[in-house]
Design a protein around this ligand. Structure first.
Ligand code: RB5
Length: 147
C-alpha cells in the first residue's frame, strides 16, 4: 500500500489541501507538501511541476493536486511522462481513473467540488486497484507518445 504521497495546490486550493492533508496524515501517510501555503496569487504550473518532480524522482508514487477548477494543475502535471493525473469530480471518476487509467495523481477543483465529496473521492482513489488486462497497453502508450 502507498504510504508516501505528495500534495500541492495553487491559491485556489489552500483550504481543501489542508483538509485532505489532515486526512492523509491521520490515515498514516507520510505527506510531502509542496505548497502553496498562502492565499497570495501564484501560478498553478509551478506547483503541479513540483509534485510531478516528486513522482519522476520516485520520492512518492501517488499525488494530490488542487487548483480552482482542477484543470490547469492537471495539465501541468500531465506534461511529465511518468504522471497520469486524473481530474476527478465524483466517486465514479475517482474509481475509473484508477481501474482503467492507473492514475497516480488525483486532481480536484476546489471551486467546483465540495469538501466532503473530495474527501470521499480521495479515499476511493487510494483504495481502488488498477484492473490491468486490456488497459495495460493503453496506459503504457500514455508514457510513449509518437514523436
Ligand atoms: C486561479 O484563479 C485559477 O485560474 C486556477 O486555480 C485554476 O482554476 C486553473 O486551471
Amino acid at each position: 500500500m502507498t504510504r508516501s504521497i505528495a500534495i500541492a495546490c495553487d491559491h485556489g486550493g489552500i483550504d481543501l489541501k489542508g483538509i485532505l492533508k489532515a486526512d492523509l496524515t491521520t490515515a498514516g501517510f507520510e505527506v510531502h507538501d509542496f505548497g502553496t501555503d498562502s492565499n497570495d496569487s501564484v501560478d498553478y504550473p509551478d506547483f503541479g511541476y513540483k509534485m510531478a518532480d516528486a513522482i519522476r524522482n520516485k520520492v512518492v508514487d501517488r499525488g494530490v493536486l488542487i487548483c480552482g477548477s482542477g484543470i490547469g494543475i492537471s495539465m501541468a502535471a500531465n506534461r511529465y511522462p511518468d504522471v497520469r493525473a486524473a481530474p476527478v469530480h465524483d466517486v465514479t471518476s475517482a474509481r475509473l481513473g484508477r481501474e482503467h487509467n492507473d492514475a497516480n495523481v488525483v486532481c480536484f477543483g476546489a471551486r467546483l467540488i465540495g469538501n466532503e465529496l473530495a474527501r470521499e473521492c480521495l479515499q476511493v482513489f487510494l483504495d481502488t486497484r488498477f484492473e490491468g488486462g486490456r488497459h495495460i497497453q493503453r496506459v503504457e502508450k500514455l508514457s510513449n507518445p509518437p514523436v
